[in-house]
Design a protein around this ligand. Structure first.
Ligand code: NAX
Length: 328
């Protein structure tokens, strides 16, 4: 039998953690032939609830679940880890300025980066879900200098999936027929969901971008503010859909994206499409052999250019702020 893959989930006692762990343990993330060993990393106040979740995982009798460890120590949590899902973060509370938010999260992601650098497995792959996800990923990577930067990613797959469904509805097709959609930039309200390269049912779909008022006044804001709409309706932020997106992201990263399509992920920029090198920005990506590659050669019109630049400018501001704080 295969050796188990060690998967660390931080914020394991939170609502995304609760929706995520069962998906991982059932094999939906790493496939039906890969046993998993789970490491749940929490803060001390979260350990007891994480133990409760672990009891429920036991009670599922998942054949692929090789063991569960629970800890509030980052070194123990990332020891030998192959896949790290960084979900636990400091949420923005009322009256909090962006600099305070970045600093509070630096207090989480800097030590976690250092621990990953020191003790994770050589092949470690990191997905940051906790917000502000792109900049938290940047902080984590900067504090793990011995781990290649391309192993640190930020989640924009939920935005991507949200956009896929909006397009499928508009075009009146099953969601599976929508391809080549891109989320650019930051996982924030400035993100730009780009429909200019979308194919529907295997053919270009210019109708999607011809109606500019639908595109800019309906589609883009619907995707970009979907998180707030979920909170308004549910009384709590997206959890199961966020967990699902994390599963999709890691599955595609490890197992590869489908032929003829791409997805979106926040990855360290190599300077493609004018995004400054080193920023963690969302791009159109494919995965082959366990590594993301940016889809090259897409034509970017004026409208898209302006939107991408706006979101990237926000990423630059965030990076400058965490630089000032000595976090990167
Ligand atoms: P919850 O507040 O339910 O859970 C967070 C958990 O993290 C808590 O159990 C807390 O004890 C734990 N935690 C805090 N600091 C920690 C640390 N230093 N080490 C380990 N654990 C720690 O939040 P939840 O709804 O699960 O959301 C988690 C994060 O995901 C938030 O930052 C949220 O903003 C972010 N999201 C990101 C999304 C994305 O698309 N990238 C979408 C969904 C979600 O909003």
């Amino acid at each position: 039998t295969a050796t188990p893959v060690t998967v660390t989930v931080t914020g394991a006692a939170g609502q995304i953690g609760y929706a995520l762990l069962f998906r991982i343990a059932s094999g939906q993330m790493l496939g039906p032939d890969t046993p998993v060993r789970l490491r749940l990393l929490e803060i001390p106040q979260g350990v007891k609830a994480a133990e409760g979740t672990a009891m429920e995982l036991d009670d599922c009798a998942f054949p692929l679940l090789a063991g569960i460890d629970i800890t509030d120590d980052a070194r123990a949590g990332f020891d030998g880890t192959n896949v790290a899902l960084l979900v636990g973060a400091r949420p923005r509370t009322k009256g909090m300025e962006r600099a305070d938010l970045l600093e509070a999260n630096g207090g989480i992601f800097k030590p976690q980066g250092e621990a990953i650098n020191a003790v994770a497995a050589d092949d470690v792959r990191v997905l940051v879900v906790g917000n502000p996800a792109n900049t938290n990923a940047l902080i984590t990577s900067a504090n793990a200098p011995d781990v290649p930067a391309d192993r640190f990613t930020a989640m924009t797959r939920l935005d991507h999936n949200r956009a896929l469904t909006q397009v499928a509805r508009r075009a009146g097709v099953p969601v599976d027929e929508v391809r080549r959609l891109t989320i650019w930039g930051n996982h924030s309200a400035t993100q730009y969901p780009d429909l200019f390269h979308v194919e529907v049912g295997g053919a270009p779909a210019p109708a999607l971008v011809e109606d500019e008022s639908w595109l800019l006044d309906d589609f883009v804001p619907t995707v970009a503010t979907r998180g707030a709409a979920i909170i308004e309706a549910r009384g709590a932020s997206s959890a199961a859909s966020a967990a699902n997106a994390a599963v999709d992201h890691v599955r595609d990263w490890v197992q590869g994206t489908r032929e003829g399509d791409w997805t979106s992920a926040g990855i360290v920029s190599d300077g493609s499409y004018g995004v400054p090198e080193g920023l963690v920005s969302s791009f159109p990506v494919t995965s082959r052999g366990g590594a993301w590659e940016i889809v090259q050669g897409l034509e970017i019109g004026d409208l898209s250019r302006e939107r991408i630049d706006r979101s990237v400018a926000e990423l630059v501001e965030e990076r400058d702020a965490v630089r000032e704080l000595g976090l990167v």
